[in-house]
Design a protein around this ligand. Structure first.
Ligand SMILES: *Cc1c(COP(=O)(O)O)cnc(C)c1O
Length: 491
């Protein structure tokens, strides 16, 4: 049998690359010309997917064209500057190049000996990000696919910390019921992690929040005391720096003090909000972040690199090996390198085969430096501030208190009317001009706009407010007059 020619011929490759570059270039340059989203018809999408028939393959160009068409026509364009949505960024060109390079070289980062340059590069990035976040000296950690994996990593480490026999006996070996504490607003990846660890959702103690959606420290303390008194085993406290819906940042200093007092692992989920560290003016909101044991920080959110790229950082690198070590006969033995012991990534993390994730942020930093990250974060903060100002100036109310670029708002005329927010949001999303969402504040839906794109501008923000005001006038015409409650709640 002939061996398959997966390389294709040089001529075929060049033809495909030209087609690809033309299409990708058009998309990357002209994202703002597209509708942000458009409703997809399942039947149409299905038939496009199945038109690449594996029994009778199409010619290469045709196959590729179908894929490009599918992604262009049937998808929410998160790289669009008028996507004011969940934390999905437009990706920087440097980090796109990194993903291409990685796919071609396909380095295996499980072991230092297989990919010394790539493993060293990630190690140095872990050190540099760890220090940026305030850890001293010996920083531990690993690149992850996303915040969900980083949070899971933290939970397994916390279990190993609190219950030294956990690696061998697992949950069964723990005599007192293990509990972890976080706010009601904590990301649901924590719930999944608790399930994956065999703890179940009952092991999570959700603590109520204050009027700014931050975990209530007094409630946490009294709950810890009563749980310990009744024989439970608290093993982890999770603080969130930037809740997804509201943008709340827990009092990390207060939480770390409580964790320290009770001797419990303190994890900071800073998947989105961690980037505030790059704002000289606003990094103060992350005070206390470095007092804890571990941090989750997503690069594929505010730092504009392609998914999936996240960092798990820990101030307790010695625990990583104990938590994840494993040896098999087929892996090269003892790859401790000459200059000090260098732990192989596969015995220090959940993953085994490992993609070169770190290159995405390394290339972006190599091209633009830390300075560009600072500029990007400040740009987003300024745009959000501009959005708040424009909203307040035209009869809207700001419903959340946060420094993060997440703005929850409702119109004074329709305040307390959650159905209005839903209807307005649907109209705007269906129009394809913008993408926004809704999130409930005190049980009533508010509109939610989050700045996630370095290419978004003041004009984009102003255009959103203008369009919403056109809709509001239309609704006002259709509804009985309601007393205005005025402006409130600005930060
Ligand atoms: C996005 C997010 C997560 C989950 O991270 P993924 O990268 O989506 O896996 C966890 N926590 C917070 C606070 C987040 O914003």
């Amino acid at each position: 049998m002939d061996r398959p020619n997966f390389d294709l011929s040089e001529k075929e490759r060049m033809g495909l690359i030209r087609l690809l570059l033309a299409n990708l270039g058009q998309y990357y340059n002209g994202t703002d010309k597209l509708k942000v989203s458009r409703q997809a018809n399942r039947e149409e999408v299905r038939s496009l997917v199945l038109s690449n028939d594996f029994e009778n393959p199409l010619d290469f160009k045709h196959s590729l064209s179908n894929v490009l068409k599918g992604l262009t026509e049937y998808g929410l364009h998160t790289p669009h500057p008028r996507y004011f949505g969940l934390f999905n960024p437009r990706t920087s060109f440097a980090s796109i190049l990194a993903d291409v390079v990685t796919a071609v070289f396909n380095p295996q980062l499980a072991m230092w000996s297989h990919a010394p340059y790539a493993v060293e590069l990630e190690y140095q990035l872990v050190q540099q990000f760890g220090r940026k976040f305030g850890y001293s000296q010996d920083v531990g950690g690993t690149f992850c696919t996303g915040g969900a994996e980083a949070n899971l990593t933290a939970m397994v480490m916390a279990l190993n910390h609190a219950f030294p026999d956990y690696g061998k006996s697992g949950i069964q070996g723990i005599k007192q019921p293990p509990l972890l504490y976080c706010s009601r607003e904590t990301h649901h990846s924590i719930l999944k992690a608790a399930r994956v660890c065999g703890l179940g959702s009952n092991a999570i103690v959700p603590i109520d929040t204050d009027d700014r959606y931050r975990i209530d420290l007094e409630l946490l303390k009294s709950r810890l005391e009563s749980d310990i008194a009744s024989g439970m085993a608290p093993f982890m406290i999770i603080g969130t720096a930037g809740t997804t819906g509201y943008g709340a940042i827990d009092d990390l200093e207060g939480l770390s003090a409580i964790a320290g007092k009770f001797g419990i692992w303190f994890h900071v989920d800073a998947a989105f909000g961690g980037a505030l560290k790059f704002s000289a003016k606003q990094e103060k909101y992350l005070r206390g972040m470095n007092n804890g044991d571990s941090i989750t920080f997503d690069l594929h959110k505010w730092l504009s690199v392609p998914m999936g790229a996240s960092l798990f950082l820990t101030s307790r690198p010695e625990l990583q090996g104990r938590t994840f070590s494993a040896r098999t006969e087929y892996m090269p033995k003892d790859s401790k390198i000459a200059h000090g012991s260098f732990p192989d990534p596969y015995v220090n993390s959940i993953q085994w085969s490992r993609r070169f994730i770190g290159l995405k942020i390394y290339m972006a930093l190599s091209f633009h430096g830390w300075k560009a990250l600072e500029e990007q974060v400040d740009h987003h903060l300024e745009l959000a501030e501009h959005l708040r100002e424009r909203l307040l100036a035209t009869g809207w109310i700001i419903k959340n208190h946060t420094v993060l670029p997440i703005v929850l708002f409702s119109h004074s005329y329709f305040d307390e009317d959650g159905a209005f927010a839903r209807q307005l949001c649907d109209e705007i999303v269906h129009s394809g001009t913008f993408w926004i969402s809704v999130y409930p504040v005190q049980g009533v839906n508010a509109l939610r706009a989050c700045i996630t794109n370095y290419a978004s501008s003041k004009e984009d923000v102003e255009a959103l407010v203008k369009l919403m005001n056109i809709y509001v006038e239309k609704y006002m015409g259709n509804r009985p007059a309601k007393k205005s409650v005025g402006q409130q709640g600005s930060i």
